[in-house]
Ligand binder design. Structure first.
Ligand code: ZN
Length: 439
């Protein structure tokens, strides 16, 4: 078995607090990484995410980053034509430092390749609400979907391409990874078909059957005026789509404006019967048109990003990090998008569930499904959860599963929350399974 890459994600505050050389020493010595990447545009999320406090940060116990800031040097000329501009940090210890350049310089000295990630949200919630509300996705009720940009909106599109143009033009990086949230899918009511949904390790749709996943799409986005017009221009009967979606939204949320005795009756029939996805798509083909439209929109977006990067520096990989299993719920048809991706990362962190059963039942099917979609030749990177409650034993099992499922490398998530014993388990697993690391 051959791996081409073992990489790990780092945050700017990690580099500040622990020191970049200490971190790279640890990752190289304990885990044998041959690449690292900076989360260069980070959303608003408590760190460390899955534990109360950091295991080895010498400066602080916990950190709350600002909402959707970039941590590379802002190059304003790349955003001159963009209505939305990126925000930089205002924290004293983070601002005015090009954290990406700093990591690149340190990595180069050690022969490590350095990449960058654009994470889930690329515009902060405050400006999304106050300055760019029309750029944000809308659900069928007309509600704004948080801070998630609509990928058919020209201002959103212009902004996201500017980010990639900036990174590809100004940095000697081997890849740009993103796990941007694409089209939103929403959680179903808690009592959906007897499933008590839990805030699991990192998953929003794993606990649903495929009908539940389909319905979660209908509660999501986007039904903004731009999407409505674009769908109509493509020959989709958008009025019919929306009236069907309102029917199901009323069934799922009888208390809403679309609720009625009829939708309440439908709700009970959906919950109580053995209805399946095929039947729903046969009865309401407009739902399929809608799902196809979302996927086509995402594919166009990815083609634009890919072409942008390649026109500037063809050697930079464009990598998508699938942050949920069955990612068609977010509008991602991996088979369709595959020509515009150099590599794909599966974001399964089930090692951190602490359970071998959960690890085996979640990781294998997710990996195999991505491999099926992208084909056998596309570079495929498997994430390994290295944070507690992951244990060395579970990590070794995760590495073995990854190799078994045809992964070409590993991506450790995330250094900030990992114990050193967990970091060491990566190198041990490589050695014990005779995996060759081929740079
Ligand atoms: Zn839209």
């Amino acid at each position: 078995m051959i791996f081409k890459e073992i990489t790990a994600s780092l945050y700017p505050w990690d580099l500040h607090d622990e020191g970049v050389d200490v971190i790279l020493d640890n990752l190289q010595n304990y885990s044998g990484v041959n690449a690292v990447y900076l989360v260069g545009l980070m959303h608003y999320e408590k760190r460390p995410l899955t534990d109360y406090y950091y295991p080895h940060n010498p400066v602080r116990k916990v950190f709350f980053p600002e909402d959707s800031r970039i941590y590379w040097q802002l190059h304003p000329e790349f955003y001159r034509d963009s209505r939305i501009k990126p925000l930089t940090s205002t924290r004293d210890f983070l601002k005015d430092i090009d954290w990406l350049e700093l990591l690149i310089k340190s990595g180069e000295k050690r022969g490590l390749r350095v990449g960058v990630e654009i994470s889930h949200t690329i515009v902060d919630r405050l400006r999304a609400k106050d300055e760019f509300p029309e750029c944000i996705q809308k659900d069928i009720f007309g509600n704004r979907l948080g801070q998630i940009l609509c990928w058919n909106n020209p201002d959103s599109r212009n902004y996201v391409l500017s980010l990639y143009r900036d990174l590809a033009s100004n940095y000697n990086i081997y890849m740009i990874q993103t796990c941007m949230i694409l089209f939103v899918n929403r959680r179903l009511p808690d009592d959906w078909r007897g499933i008590k949904s839990e805030w699991g390790t990192n998953l929003i749709n794993t606990d649903y059957d495929s009908l539940g996943q389909l319905l979660s799409i209908l509660l999501g986005g986007c039904f903004c005026p731009v999407c409505q017009k674009k769908a109509k221009d493509k020959g989709i009967d958008i009025e019919r789509v929306m009236s069907t979606v309102k029917l199901f939204a009323g069934a799922l949320h009888p208390e809403s404006d679309f609720g009625s005795p009829e939708t309440f009756h439908l709700r009970n029939l959906l919950k109580g019967s053995n209805v399946n996805v095929t039947e729903i798509l046969l009865e309401y083909p407009e739902i399929f048109d809608w799902i196809r439209f979302r996927c086509d929109s995402v594919t166009e977006l990815f083609k634009d990003i890919y072409d942008t990067i390649k026109s500037i520096n063809p050697s930079i990989e464009f990598r998508y990090n699938t942050y949920i299993p069955n990612s068609e719920v977010s509008g991602l048809d991996l088979k369709l998008v595959s020509p515009y991706l150099d590599s794909v990362r599966c974001s399964d962190y089930s090692e951190q569930s602490g359970s071998k059963e959960i690890l085996q039942s979640r990781k294998t099917p997710w990996l195999l499904n991505i491999r099926r979609q992208i084909g056998d030749e596309k570079k495929f990177i498997s994430a390994i959860g290295i944070r507690p409650k992951a244990t060395p034993e579970l990590i070794k099992e995760g590495v073995k599963i990854s190799a078994f499922c045809g992964a070409d490398g590993l991506s450790l998530g995330h250094y900030d929350g990992a114990t050193f014993a967990n970091l060491k388990a990566i190198r041990e697993a490589i050695e014990e399974n005779y995996i060759i690391l081929q740079s």
